[in-house]
Design a protein around this ligand. Structure first.
Ligand code: SAH
Length: 298
């Protein structure tokens, strides 16, 4: 069921994308593709998923690779990372200075598997049926959470995968804050720690304000709750109650919700403990599920 639906949808989308040119490159599940001028001013949807249906593995890579990679010929890794961030600013995905700073500080190349193009605006396979999210999706989530990632604050990254966003969170909340990654594939936990050790966030890992743990992220990580910011990097069928419980009043969670059709939802916990939820954009992420289901291909 999923495969054919996705293939038809993707077929339509790709035709549309080609017809309006490469500016549509970063949008994926957003089938009502906005105009090119819209894409310069609003966050675009992502395909954060590889491999559900056969048509979903290669098309977005082609579509997405036109936008950021064309500016990445030559220069050092650091320069290329900077150019990627500049390009995201040019497309209107990043408007925040702090998000620019952190994405320039944490070099994406240290987090993608060897041989993978680091600065192309696309999700990339990282093994275990997981992906590192596309740069514009990382940027969008950082920007949505920016106010809740001030120095000294607590941040939880559920489904931390490569550790890229956990490292960004730790850098933003600083040594007085706390950034926790929770990932249910122990091998990814181990490799993410190695990635972080090579990055500008290494001292925060060493100092203990950044840590990554193996566990079921649907339970959150109560030890360092409540959190000012919670990011979930995989799509939940519904928002897990423990994550709402572990959100601080005044705190914000960004979480993709849904199965085939997913929304990036922004969950704000009000000071009276009530919760306000809005949809930011349509997205496509890997599922937030059990380890067994993920390893079997869902
Ligand atoms: N944001 C990360 C990874 C995104 S892929 C990055 O950009 O690198 C989603 C991740 O969620 C995968 O690594 C997957 O293993 C993990 N995941 C899925 N369900 C989970 C669960 N129940 N608990 C913890 N991690 C989970």
């Amino acid at each position: 069921m999923e495969g054919p639906v996705c293939q038809v949808a993707w077929g339509c989308y790709v035709l549309l994308a080609i017809s309006i040119g490469a500016h549509c490159a970063m949008s994926s599940d957003n089938l009502a593709c906005p105009s090119t001028s819209d894409l310069r001013t609003q966050p675009v949807a992502a395909l954060d998923k590889e491999g559900i249906g056969p048509a979903m593995t290669s098309i977005p890579m082609i579509a997405c690779s036109t936008s950021l990679s064309e500016h990445h010929s030559g220069g050092s890794g650091t320069n290329k990372n900077k150019q990627m961030v500049e390009q995201l600013q040019r497309y209107g995905v990043i408007s925040s200075k702090k998000v620019v700073e952190v994405m320039e500080t944490i070099d994406r190349a240290l987090f993608v598997p060897d041989g993978t193009p680091a600065y192309v605006d696309s999700p990339m396979a990282i093994g275990y049926n997981a992906t590192i999210s596309a740069p514009h999706m990382h940027a969008t989530c950082l920007q949505l959470l920016e106010e809740n990632l001030q120095p000294g604050m607590h941040a939880l990254d559920v489904g931390s995968g490569t550790g890229y966003l956990t490292a960004c969170f730790a850098t933003m909340v600083g040594p007085q804050g706390r950034a926790i990654g929770v990932e249910h594939i122990p091998e990814l936990v181990a490799s993410s720690i190695k990635n972080i050790e090579k990055s500008a966030a290494a001292s925060l890992l060493k100092g203990g304000s950044l840590s990554v743990h193996a566990g079921d992220g649907r339970e959150g990580w109560p030890e360092h709750a409540p959190y000012d910011a919670i990011h979930v990097g995989a799509a939940a069928p519904e928002i897990p109650q423990p994550l709402i419980d572990q959100l601080k009043p005044g705190g914000r969670m960004v979480i993709p919700v849904g199965k085939i059709f997913q929304d990036l939802q922004v969950v704000d916990k009000n000071l009276d403990g009530s919760v306000s939820i809005r949809s930011e954009t349509a997205v496509r992420y890997v599922p937030l599920t059990s380890r067994d289901a993920q390893l079997k291909g869902y």
